[in-house]
Write a protein that binds this ligand. Structure first.
Ligand code: COA
Length: 308
């Protein structure tokens, strides 16, 4: 049996900061409305998925003490590839000089958790060290005159190196879920802009996050109190708070970065993970609950023991 262990991590966000006040100049909105309804105070804009993925990936490989040629597979979770063809993971592969395969994976904002599970599955059946990246440039598919969407999104990404270990490894449980009959709730056509039924996404997001998180905790043989840190997708602070309350996880055991980055889709969970690591909030042996939801609808949770 071959499991996984996280041995490196990194993030990348564009330099340009756009505050709520900046948005209020051109849109009929306000800092008070955005902060109160979403928890977002500012976001980073102007990113390109490949560039953020390359930077985050390079940091993760460095931190793992590896050379890019030690990487056997690149999995890039993204909803905003640079182009339809080639896959953006191939741009990352070429820039870093990794070995083996490279592929994009689109599960919208659940992409990082989906990517974690896919990577662990490939490692279990023989893949070597895997660079898992979640990166999105939602600013590129956002109509900046649509206040409904513009206030929510940001650009960013993060990466982890997953190494094979003998035995069951650190991925203690997972579930992946989709309901394509709800695909109309969050859409973006080729060449178009994001559109969303925000109220309905909100309502369903809380429900599915709670359900899948509880299942992942149970499948790992744990109780809620055994979870040291919840690392949720960052779409709306009120969604995170409602899910925490229903799960019985205090906000003090939750990583929140939405105030600084907005919704970065596949980038949000690795950004929140890195923030917690940088602040010394994660210790070896801690049990992290990763939980995402997004367009599709897709949702997914995983319990990851921190082995690094
Ligand atoms: N600035 C100011 N006012 C705004 C606004 C904005 N950016 N967007 C909407 N409003 C107005 C609405 O027009 C409405 O006005 P009305 O009462 O006069 O009709 C009022 O604010 C309330 O709008 P509503 O849509 O009911 O707000 P809400 O509390 O549901 O919050 C979202 C809207 C989008 C923040 C919230 O529904 C949400 O976060 N949904 C989930 C989104 C999500 O998670 N998406 C990503 C999935 S990965």
């Amino acid at each position: 049996m071959r499991g996984i262990r996280v041995t490196g991590w990194g993030i990348s966000v564009p330099d340009k900061v756009v505050t709520n006040d900046d948005l209020s100049v051109r849109l009929d909105t306000s800092d008070a409305w955005i902060t109160e309804r979403t928890g977002i105070r500012e976001r980073r804009i102007g990113g390109k998925t490949s560039e953020m993925a390359i930077e985050a990936g390079r940091q993760a490989v460095d931190r793992a003490g590896l050379a890019p040629s030690d990487i056997d597979l690149v999995v890039l979770a993204t909803t905003t590839p640079d182009a339809l063809v080639p896959g953006t993971a191939c741009t990352v592969q070429a820039a870093l000089g990794t070995s083996g395969g490279a592929m994009d994976l689109n599960a919208a904002c659940s992409g990082f958790v989906y990517g974690l599970v896919v990577s662990a599955g490939l490692i279990a059946t023989g893949a070597g060290r895997t660079l898992l990246i979640g990166a999105d440039a939602l600013s590129r598919i956002t109509d900046w005159d649509d206040r409904k969407m513009a206030v929510l999104v940001g650009d960013g990404g993060g990466a982890v190196v997953l190494e094979p270990v003998e035995g069951p490894g650190d991925l203690l449980s997972w579930n992946l879920n989709a309901d394509g009959s709800l695909r109309h709730l969050l859409t973006c056509d080729h060449g178009g802009y994001l559109d969303m039924d925000g109220k309905e996404v909100f309502r369903r997001a809380v429900r599915v996050v709670v359900e899948s998180a509880q299942r992942a905790i149970g499948d790992a043989g744990l109780e809620v109190d055994d979870i040291d840190l919840l690392v949720p997708h960052q779409a709306n602070l009120r969604i995170i708070q409602a899910a925490c309350q229903r799960l019985g996880i205090p906000e003090s055991r939750t990583s929140v970065v939405i105030d600084r980055y907005g919704n970065t889709s596949s980038g949000s969970i690795p950004l929140a993970l890195e923030d917690a690591l940088r602040r010394g909030r994660v210790r070896t042996g801690d049990r992290l609950l990763l939980s995402g939801f997004g367009g599709g609808m897709t949702w997914a949770s995983a319990v990851l023991r921190w082995g690094a």
